[in-house]
Design a protein around this ligand. Sequence first.
Ligand code: CP
Ligand code: NVA
Length: 311
Amino acid sequence: MKRDFLAVTDFSKEEIYETFRIAKQLKADVKAGKEHHYFANQTMSMVFAKPSLRTRVSFETGMVQFGGHAIYLGPNDISIGSRESVKDISRVISRYSNWIMARLFKHEHMIEMAQYASVPVINGLTDYNHPCQIMADMLTIHEHRGTVEGQKVVFIGDGNNVCNSFLNFAAVVPYHFVLAAPEGYDPDPTTLARAKAAGISTIEVIRDPVEAARNADVLYTDVWTSMGQEDERRKRLNDFQGFQINSELLSLAKSDALVMHCLPAHYGEEITEEVIDGPQSVVFDEAENRMHAQKAVMVMLAKSAGAQIEM
Ligand code: CP
Ligand code: NVA
């Protein structure tokens, strides 16, 4: 009966909108000091093979707000794949905890973890995707614009895990997604093809950030060197020249365009400090929404498994 959240495509369009509705309600309730102990005395084991600020703190805090507790397992605690196999980690945690949240390198490991877990598994980023991030990002756009449909979201930079999740979202909910990436930094080809084949969103992959930025409703970027790619940093710094979100590029977008970044940001590389600190930036709303969106995802998974939660 358990249900996982490993990719945005695990949810239907209706479920995504329901997640947004619940997230907005949970957000308002937190701000009003209203508590919902839906997961009282439950634990979430959080398996991190990579570093994190937002994912760790938002899940841990969210779990406390739900009346439960989260356990942080860092890279040196369980050494996935070397000290212990993924399937054994998954089976053991399932005997103690009610939830697994994992941040792993290989997406296949995430799938394996979900396969062997008897409790819900939530993907907190792999080399392939970052679905919780995109739920929070689209929630942020929905809050600021009242809709995501028809919005032109322009991702300037690497066709990475975050970009793949934007494409997965485009396979379920219609919007206009444009990636401007240098040659050699395209997203996962299967994911791109599947998003295009879904036929509901307008999807473009182009090379010119200037052309991409024109008429944008949202300008989005992420680091040029993702976690695990540190050896390529020098080459990437060179290859991404011209792909920075700065005031000049922002001036080409719609005058009220939103600026977004999943964070952590590398000022002076993919974005300037001036733009993140500027009036069009919703970067910290976006970071905050990680928690509300993820809590809503948990409610959705629990309800699918039969929990009686009225919201
Ligand atoms: N955006 C994001 O996932 O941040 P962390 O890597 O700090 O969790
Ligand atoms: N693409 C980045 C996202 C960090 C939240 C990375 O994988 O490091």
